[in-house]
Ligand binder design. Structure first.
Ligand code: PEP
Ligand code: MN
Length: 333
């Protein structure tokens, strides 16, 4: 439920409505829109009666189950700032690096090469959620230390996945952006814990999740108090077998209509085959994505995970060149 205050409502009147809602066990988020204050109530609002309260102009029941993620009462796009990188500010950003951190040379080489090609942040998994328990699971904290060294040497901010709330506070000491993987999009316990941190969250779409379910997962993080959420479309499972997933580019304009949160695209997992990654990267930016996250490995055929979809540094540099040309064309027209 959203309570719309009168244009001239006083701070005291807003405080009274919030106190009333909290007294009923609800969470109240106060948002300032262009010309008035609105109060978003989270919880069971069936018994709420506020129309008569001083300063209240009206009450709206939101048709979607995601309220804080909705654009309805938050028309301005959210910008997530990570150091000097802004996601959602109108200029697409690129995150690049290997699927997993494997050793010091590999991650440092990757970091220097993606930086030279123009990437804005470095990715690398230290905790890997693998389909098989026998596959490489990542270097854990050792991998995070190597990412930290790569950041110190190159200045690139770090994006890395968290799979378990147990080591969340330890991971927070190393990374700039916490990635939630596709397999964990509906790990609600993890999402709530992430909502209590102040780190930007990269929330990947579950491989079988609808857009609404994905936005509901964002809602878990937002409603727990963290407003720095970046959505990431990474392909969904369909009947198609020539590609690893089907990159749902429909999701970009649809989510941008429904939500104020920035949306980036992962063409590497979306298509799963390196030679198709450039085309899907360009398509994602043409569709309005706020950025890309791309797997790059110095020697893809030796990669411990996802080598088949990883670009070489040279291929990545060529792609960045094409993307920059494409973006310049967009801004010239
Ligand atoms: C990854 O980014 O390497 C990864 C495991 O992605 P996803 O969760 O989208 O499969
Ligand atoms: Mn991967």
């Amino acid at each position: 439920m959203v309570i719309i205050m009168e244009k001239r409502a006083s701070e005291e009147q807003v405080r009274q409505v919030v106190a009333y809602a909290q007294g009923m066990g609800l969470k109240a988020h106060v948002l300032g829109t262009e010309d008035r204050t609105v109060i978003v109530l989270i919880g069971n609002t069936h018994q709420v009666k506020v129309s008569h309260m001083p300063g209240v102009s009206g009450v709206v029941t939101i048709p979607y189950s995601f309220k804080l993620a909705s654009r309805q009462f938050h028309s301005q796009p959210t910008m997530v700032t990570i150091g000097d990188v802004v996601v959602g500010g109108g200029k697409p950003i690129v995150i690049a690096g290997p699927c997993a951190v494997e050793n010091r040379d590999q991650i440092l080489e990757s970091a220097y090469q993606v930086k030279a090609a123009g990437a804005h942040m470095l990715r690398g998994g230290a905790f890997k959620p693998r389909s098989s328990p026998y596959s490489f699971q990542g270097l854990g904290e050792e991998g995070l230390k190597l990412l930290d060294e790569a950041r110190r040497q190159t200045g690139l901010k770090i994006v890395s996945e968290v799979v378990d709330p147990v080591n969340l506070s330890m991971i927070c000491e190393y990374v700039d952006v916490l990635q939630v993987g596709s397999r964990n999009m509906q790990n609600f316990h993890l999402l709530r814990e992430l909502g209590r941190t102040n780190k930007p969250i990269l929330l990947k779409r579950g491989m079988s999740a609808t857009i609404e379910e994905w936005l509901m997962s964002a809602e878990y993080i937002l409603s727990a108090g963290n407003s720095n959420v970046i959505l990431c479309e990474r392909g969904i499972r369909t009947f198609e077998k020539y590609t690893r997933n089907t990159l749902d580019l429909n999701a970009i304009p649809v989510v941008k209509d429904l939500s104020h949160l920035p949306v980036i695209v992962d063409p590497s997992h979306g298509v799963g085959i390196a030679r198709y990654v450039p085309a899907m990267s360009m398509a994602a930016l043409a569709a309005g994505a706020d950025g890309l996250i791309i797997e790059v490995h110095p020697r893809p055929n030796e990669a411990a995970s996802d080598g088949q979809q990883s670009l070489t540094p040279q291929e990545f540099a060529q792609l960045m060149h094409r993307l920059q040309g494409m973006m310049a064309q967009f801004t010239n027209t």
